[in-house]
Design a protein around this ligand. Structure first.
Ligand SMILES: [Zn+2]
Length: 402
């Protein structure tokens, strides 16, 4: 079910649908708002807001709260999001883990399922993911007619000859595989696919440290490394959906060889895979991020040596991102355990001089993500709701006006 269908008997044109999203997002981010308060926050007319609020209330997306007594004039009815107005499934696939969650319209997680995988091919993963979706629907007892869709996060890059599906940081056999179409066929539910770094940026924007930011970069340290770009209120995806694949920018021209064919790529130094290699593990393909956390706690010298060697490349990547994109901040996160990320963040100073070095700034140049290890899957679950309720953050609020 889409929101459009929930509003029965109407076939709303694009502009109206967009305005609806603006209203929903204003209420969602503020908790509850009266019609007058929505008018103050958005560029919409009072009449438009009244019509939209009425539609959304009838559709079960908004619900009225107890009336506030105004100082004068008519009492104002605040509206809040009805959490049970809609549900969404988030799925995340990585080398060793498949995670599925259900969130309601308020973003609260209602169910979670985790399965071990081993660098799955599409033929292995697709039935498993469909089963996870089925399990989530059954265990959460949600009203299936109110399911917005499935959002799925997985490692990029997508469809790049010689770069996708090559080497230990890419999943094998996924190049050009129609993930969304196939999962949709198996589940009968609309599917949106996004790379894990972009999904993490959405998760952090909705639930984490980037909640009030209009421009930030999310550096996703996973098996490889990628960046989610949220710029001027929009996700930036690039012309072929591969923006932010900065794991393969060269940070050491004569450095370690990379499976992409180049030398000195960033993710050869800053990634789980790079850390595992430094540890001389017998089987780095099956190492677990938890191991890094244990070794950090023990003060293991091999891990210390990896961290020391990762700081400079990471600093350089931050320099490039700041100079190229002028973000408010750069958020560090991903599958790398939080204590290890905090250790990396603590040792980044002094950062290079860049356009971000200004003293007038309020947000630190680098922040550690706060939405936790489920950041990506929460972001993935938001994809169906996000596309339905909020494609553009920047039109939501009048610039600096209240
Ligand atoms: Zn490379």
């Amino acid at each position: 079910m889409t929101l459009k269908k929930a509003i029965s008997g109407t076939n709303l044109e694009q502009a109206k649908s967009h305005n609806r999203r603006v209203v929903i997002e204003a209420i969602r981010t503020n908790g509850s708002l009266s019609r007058a308060a929505i008018a103050r926050l958005t560029a919409l007319s009072s009449q438009t807001i009244s019509n939209i609020v009425e539609e959304l209330e009838m559709a079960g997306v908004l619900r009225p709260q107890a009336t506030l007594k105004g100082a004068r004039g008519q009492p104002a009815v605040p509206y809040s999001i009805n959490p049970d107005g809609g549900y969404s499934i988030g799925l995340q696939l990585d080398h060793q883990l498949a995670v599925g969650i259900v969130t309601d319209l308020s973003g609260t997680m209602r169910a979670r399922v985790e399965k071990s995988v081993d660098q799955p091919t599409p033929a292995e993963a697709m039935p498993l993911l469909a089963a996870v979706a089925g399990e989530l629907i059954a265990s959460s007892g949600l009203d299936r007619t109110r399911l917005f869709g499935i959002g799925m996060a997985m490692p990029g890059p997508f469809g790049v000859e010689g770069m996708t599906s090559v080497g230990p940081t890419a999943l094998p056999g996924w190049n050009d595989f129609p993930v969304a179409e196939e999962l949709q066929r198996l589940t009968g539910i609309a599917v949106t696919v996004e790379n894990d770094a972009t999904a993490a940026a959405i998760g952090e924007r909705l639930y984490g440290v980037a909640r009030n930011l209009d421009s930030f970069v999310y550096l996703f340290i996973g098996t490889g490394l990628g960046a989610g770009l949220f710029l001027d209120g929009h996700l930036y995806k690039g012309s072929r959906h591969n923006a932010g694949e900065i794991g393969h920018i060269i940070v050491k021209p004569e450095g370690l060889p990379c499976d992409c064919g180049k030398r000195g790529c960033l993710e050869r130094y800053v990634s789980l895979r790079a850390a595992y290699e430094k540890l001389d593990l017998p089987d780095p393909d099956h190492a677990s991020p938890d191991l890094l956390q244990e070794l950090l706690a023990r003060g293991d010298s091999r891990l210390e040596s990896w961290i020391a060697g990762a700081i400079d490349p990471l600093r350089q990547a931050i320099d490039v991102l700041e100079l190229a994109l002028d973000p408010e901040t750069i958020v560090l996160g991903g599958f790398m355990p939080l204590p290890v990320i905090e250790e990396l963040a603590d040792r980044l100073e002094p950062l290079h001089l860049s356009v971000s070095s200004t003293r007038a700034r309020v947000t630190p140049r680098v922040l550690v993500g706060a939405a936790g290890k489920d950041t990506s899957v929460l972001g993935a679950a938001a994809l169906p709701i996000f596309s339905e309720t909020n494609p553009q953050f920047d039109v939501l609020q009048k610039p600096h006006g209240r």
